[in-house]
Ligand binder design. Sequence first.
Ligand code: HPA
Ligand code: ZN
Length: 322
Amino acid sequence: DPLRNIVVGMPKAELHIHIEGSLEPELIFALAQRNGVSLAYSSVEALRAAYAFTDLQSFLDIYYAGASVLLTEQDFYDMTAAYLARVHADNVRHAEIFFDPQTHTARGVPIETVITGIWRACQEGPISSRLIMCFLRHLSEEEAIATLEDAAPYRDKFIGVGLDSSEVGHPPEKFARVFDRARELGLHLVAHAGEEGPPSYIRNALDVLNVERIDHGVRCLEDQLLVDRLVSEQVPLTVCPLSNIKLRVFDVMGKHNLRALLDAGLVATVNSDDPAYFGGYVNANYLAAFEALDLGVADAKTLARNSFTASFLDPEDKRKYL
Ligand code: HPA
Ligand code: ZN
């Protein structure tokens, strides 16, 4: 299948990947054993069988449980090295990787352990990567501000901040001050918006938080004025097709709006979100969407190009890929 070969073989960037969501069940069990952490599941198979989600929150509950095995710098290193090696095989040339420090500091793991472990793996390749620190939106803005301060000694190890976890009920404007502070520090700004939340969350992420990209953003199509703005400002959307099906944002891949997003002129990209939980890494996301939506070679080229134009690579680095 020539289209398949093009999609698989083309150089691409991944811009929406939570490193804790790359933790495969086998590694969760290995780290649990290494660290003497007990799990609520008796086997890899039993854990995998629990990956039946009904919405974002039902996923997050299991995702945070899986992350509880991460204790040492080596654990964070091993998780990150495994992800980078895996997506190198998908011809990912550059990854902008989310991490959730509060998931770990809440369990007593120092932020230094988290950042240093992940960062050290990123330094070693085999691909280019950058880190984006996410605030958990179900927690308070005060806690997000404390996390940003906690991370200040490691300012050179991450390029931006994001906003993830439970969306509905935790609108962007809840985090206005911490995003202002991050902007003063010269950090790039992104936020999850319009995954389960309404189009107004996308608008407020732009107007109140001043984000440069929207993570997910698929619900923008419910608001034509917002679509017009996203197109005219060329605001990238980091779309995650398999995630959207597993978390029931769309019933089936044939109902996904990726093609409509592209046809509207939006700067859509394809990403894996939490590949260990949603059934595949970035190429699996491309292939599932391409098959169900009857996308073609021109779409593949557009999506690969978008993944680099939407990245935070320096213009000179971008040019190498475009
Ligand atoms: N949405 C919100 N929070 C998350 C996600 C997501 O898709 N993945 C990991 N944390
Ligand atoms: Zn996400």
